[in-house]
Ligand binder design. Structure first.
Ligand SMILES: C=C(O[C@@H]1C=C(C(=O)O)C=C[C@H]1O)C(=O)O
Length: 461
């Protein structure tokens, strides 16, 4: 690929000149079209960091390998800090660049060490190698942070070596660990439920979303990320599949149906997804289950709080906000949710990250009112949510991007896998049905790990 090499060289030379003049490292990047490509094959066969995102309709797929640039931030201003640092770097390149980005649910630091330590509170990564498929167009972007300390030739040799490795991958057997449960989280959940109900009774909050953490120990240090994601992608149609794996032995992944926000120019698409019922095994019972959910007062109340709160959060930025009067059904493989798609047109040049800051956490994951419920959760929950229930997605140097709410997800930390599920509690909530709901919500991940193969059939439409 002589042309590609020449282009990469030119970009690095240009960045090198800028790095000397500006006295700081400068990003260089080049994108070209490539043939179709199996992202999971790369995840399985490379030892680098991996970042993965595919849209719910599978029209967009992105895989990042290795890090060209990692920006992190913490504290209450984390969204703005990240936005500021990203806006400095995005001036480096004349082409469009894409980054993966994720956040912790809260910035509250628990005193005890925990499995989420390596993830931080806000992170944005420009991968060294980005495979991107949009419709039928497949591209590879190579990016590197160029400093004046190293020569152009050194950068070229490093990139060429790494690119060569991708084309000569061996396929080792995928690990197939067995899993032993070390925590089911049920007692904690029950106690959270009682405290949540008490807080509602005392009128501190109208709704609060409590979560359950279930942990397994694996028999094998090497977790089968690729195989698990391949399973989720095939089985969880209609859900976004994501992975943030900064190290071989650590990764956060999931299959979420919930979009937090998509931004294209001034157009914003978000959604309220709250209110859940089990998807019946037989299609005959499906219509009755959907009709019941669409008219169930408890679920409608839970849902309505989310719709109102999202509209309220978007109002300061928006010229128009559109949403249907009543919710529809969103179906996943195991559950039905109440779903209200919400569209807005921005009348300011607010960044995607500032919109995310205003939305997160919606009462689908936090509660209402937002601040009180997040504060209450710090006392109620005795584990760290880490990145569960948080914004995860991609963004471009042009300010576009799409973030999901990272539910139906699990954290791999060495030989442990922690999985998470939560449900919205309102005045009428009952313990047994909420606990059963957490089971339904854990089932996609458990199924992907081979922990319980039996879930309702059929594919979502
Ligand atoms: C909190 C979760 O799901 C959220 C809570 C829902 C509910 O309470 O009905 C439904 C969808 C999600 O917004 C989860 O899956 O962990």
């Amino acid at each position: 690929m002589p042309d590609t090499q020449t282009h990469i060289k030119q970009r690095i030379e240009q960045a090198h000149k800028r790095a000397r003049a500006w006295q700081r490292p400068v990003l260089a990047s080049y994108t070209w079209e490539i043939p179709s490509f199996d992202a999971f094959h790369i995840i399985q066969n490379t030892e680098t960091s991996h970042y993965y995102f595919t849209s719910a309709d599978r029209s967009l797929e992105m895989l990042g390998c290795a890090d060209a640039l990692v920006l992190t931030a913490s504290g209450a201003e984390r969204f703005q800090r990240l936005q500021y640092d990203w806006s400095l770097h995005r001036r480096d390149v004349d082409a469009i660049l894409y980054a993966f980005s994720g956040f912790s649910f809260d910035t509250f630091v628990r005193p005890q060490k925990n499995m989420w330590e390596a993830f931080g509170e806000a992170s944005l990564v420009v991968p060294k190698f980005l495979y991107r498929r949009l419709g039928d167009t497949h591209t590879l972007t190579v990016s590197t942070l160029v400093s004046a300390k190293q020569s152009v030739e050194q950068y070229l040799i490093q990139l060429a070596d790494q690119l060569a490795q991708f084309s000569s991958l061996q396929t080792p057997d995928s690990p197939s660990p067995t899993y032993t449960q070390v925590k089911n989280g049920v007692d904690h959940f029950k106690s959270s439920f009682q405290q949540a109900k008490q807080a509602i009774k005392e009128e501190k909050v109208e709704k609060i979303v409590i979560a359950r953490e279930e942990i397994y120990q694996t028999s094998d240090e090497a977790f089968p990320f690729a195989e698990t994601l391949r399973h989720l992608e095939a089985q969880q149609l209609g859900s976004y599949i994501f992975l943030y794996q900064p190290k071989r032995e650590m990764g956060f992944f999931g299959a979420t149906p919930e979009r937090l926000v998509k931004k294209e120019g001034p157009y914003i698409e978000t959604a309220a997804i709250a209110g859940t019922t089990k998807r019946p095994l037989s299609e005959d019972e499906a219509e009755a289950a959907k009709a019941h959910l669409l008219h169930d007062q408890k679920n409608l109340e839970e849902h309505d709080i989310v719709v109102k709160s999202i509209k309220h959060a978007l109002a300061p930025y928006s010229a128009t906000i559109k949403a249907p009067e009543s919710p529809r059904i969103l179906q996943t493989r195991s559950v039905y949710h109440l779903h209200t798609p919400i569209q807005a047109t921005l009348d300011t040049n607010a960044s995607l990250l500032s919109i995310i800051e205003s939305l997160h956490p919606t009462p689908a994951l936090g509660g209402y009112p937002k601040r009180t419920s997040v504060r209450l959760l710090r006392d109620i929950e005795r584990f760290d949510r880490g990145w569960y229930g948080s914004p995860f997605g991609w963004l471009s140097t042009e300010g576009e991007g799409e973030f999901v709410v990272s539910i139906r997800s699990a954290l791999v930390h060495h030989q442990f896998v922690a999985m998470y599920a939560g449900c919205g509690i309102v005045q009428e909530s009952e313990l047994e049905s909420e606990l059963a709901e957490t089971e339904m919500k854990l089932s996609p991940i458990k199924e992907a790990l081979g922990l319980n193969r039996v879930t309702p059939g059929g594919s979502p439409s």
